[in-house]
Design a protein around this ligand. Structure first.
Ligand code: PGA
Length: 253
């Protein structure tokens, strides 16, 4: 059944690469990735979006995402970028709720619910991140933790709105640490998320939802993770900064 779902690999560049380096990385990825069944999304810093949108313009398997957006349409929010601005430079996706945004910028479920609404209103598809810290996993509360994140930020949506979303499960203890969740841990959570979505929106919406795993995905572990029935791809941080590694991960399905 899972083959009906969109397979996605998204590269979250975080705060890396100068303008020139960003162009070089995007061009390198384009050159190495001539064909794939997987939807590949590049999520560079804001300042790269326009130039990379030009680079990947006509390539059907490559799309552009931002790493964040503001909840307001426009206004006096110094330093912020709105969803409609992102659309206007060719973005079709936006990462929301990344654990680094939650931790360093105080983003909580109530704020994320507003950002999700803004993104959907302006035609951006959110890649909504969820995931537990180590102490929550050690206390075996990880499923309840993620359930609360989804309920607080997403479950106000109508089913047709929710159907535009992709969820990325990123256990915080696995991000940038080199400590990946085992394929079994990822599968357990992904199946639990799909069940939560089924309970809320019905089996069909749940079945169609792409759920990505993120947290130290590398060329040498992607295959095993992506082989899990409920893992529909990955959100890649560190390994998305080297074209060779990123493309190897894309080809791991
Ligand atoms: P990582 O980051 O691949 O470097 O662990 C993943 C993420 O934060 O999206």
């Amino acid at each position: 059944m899972s083959e009906e779902r969109l397979k996605i690999v998204a590269g979250n560049w975080k705060m890396h690469k100068t303008y020139r380096e960003g162009r070089e990385l995007a061009l390198d990825i384009v050159e190495r990735l001539t064909t794939t069944q997987t939807m590949v999304i590049l999520c560079p810093p804001f300042i790269h979006l326009k130039s990379i949108s030009t680079i990947i313009n006509d390539i059907t398997h490559l799309e552009l995402g931002a790493q964040n957006c503001h909840f307001a349409e426009q206004g006096a929010y110094t330093g912020e970028v709105s969803a409609s601005m992102l659309r206007s430079v060719g973005c079709t996706w936006v990462i929301l709720g990344h654990s680094e945004r939650r931790e360093y910028f105080g983003e909580d479920e109530a704020l994320l619910a507003k950002k999700v609404d803004a993104a959907l209103t302006h035609g951006l598809r959110p890649i909504f991140c969820c995931g537990e810290p180590l102490e929550v996993r050690e206390a075996a509360q990880h499923i309840e933790w993620v359930q609360r994140q989804l309920e607080g930020a997403l479950f106000h949506l109508e089913a047709d709105e929710f159907a535009r979303l992709v969820i990325a499960y990123e256990p915080i203890w696995a991000i940038g640490t080199g400590k990946t969740a085992t394929p079994q841990q990822a599968q357990e959570m992904h199946a639990a998320i799909r069940q939560m979505v089924a309970d809320k929106y019905g089996a069909q919406v749940a079945h169609k939802l792409s759920i990505l795993y993120g947290g130290s995905v590398k060329p040498n572990n992607a295959k095993e993770l992506f082989a899990q029935p409920d893992v529909d791809g990955g959100l890649i941080g560190g390994a998305s900064l080297r074209a060779e590694d990123f493309v190897t991960i894309v080809k791991s399905f």
